[in-house]
Design a protein around this ligand. Sequence first.
Ligand SMILES: C[S@@+](CC[C@H](N)C(=O)[O-])C[C@H]1O[C@@H](n2cnc3c(N)ncnc32)[C@H](O)[C@@H]1O
Length: 259
Amino acid sequence: MSGFSLEWLSLREPADLSARDSGLLQEALRWLQAWETPIIVDLGAGSGSTLRALERAGLRAGLWRLVDNDGALLDAALHRHLAGWMLEDHQSDLTVVDELPLGGARLVTASALFDLASERLLENLVARLPDGCGLYSALNYDGDMRWTPAHPLDAQVVAAFNEDQRRDKGIGGPALGPEAVAFLTRLLESRGFHVRIATSPWQLTPQDGNLQRALVTGITAAVADRIPAAALAEWQQFRERTGSCYVGHLDLLALPADT
Ligand SMILES: C[S@@+](CC[C@H](N)C(=O)[O-])C[C@H]1O[C@@H](n2cnc3c(N)ncnc32)[C@H](O)[C@@H]1O
């Protein structure tokens, strides 16, 4: 299951939906509802999980521009939502920021994305936000991951995973990883935005066994070159028996300060 496969995105979506901070989601909704047909640009849209989150929160009208470089994910989003929404699909590379379809947008959204992005990409993006446009970025991994029951290798695995999070993930250069929200906050505040941040952790229980096992498989692959194989295999087996797992995320909503 790859990091961006439909299978993985579908598996994580229920946890993402319950993790999103409802206060920021409602504020984003109010921001959009002040316009009759707001334009929303969802970057790294995948199969449309941000659309579904805002729809579930009560959004009924808007033109969505879904931007992703994966045509199959965009097709899945269109298939699910063409009947109910005005949709544009833009199969584009996010790193070509100058060509992103931001014109007229009321809100630019992203979920599970900006921790994979580079400083340069976020700088270029924020510089290109149209006047009067807000930014809603949900579910950015913040580096805090814990399990119950604990295992002696947990801290080493998390440290190695967080190091891996800074690798180039194909979104403009070395990724910001757990630093993404702090970086973005400084950037947006320096440009006069009013920024609010809230926590949005996954709090997984044994009932989320499939998601936990897929997560552990992904973590194991990510840290394999930093941790001795036998110790890591033992850790993986222990973790696959599933207990509870906390994965920290941060949501951010930035609105123009004079609104
Ligand atoms: C972790 S997924 C998040 C998807 C969706 N926002 C969600 O929360 O389910 C990251 C998304 O960014 C897209 N993506 C990754 N690199 C990209 C790039 N360079 N240009 C455009 N899209 C990209 C992937 O195809 C994937 O859909």
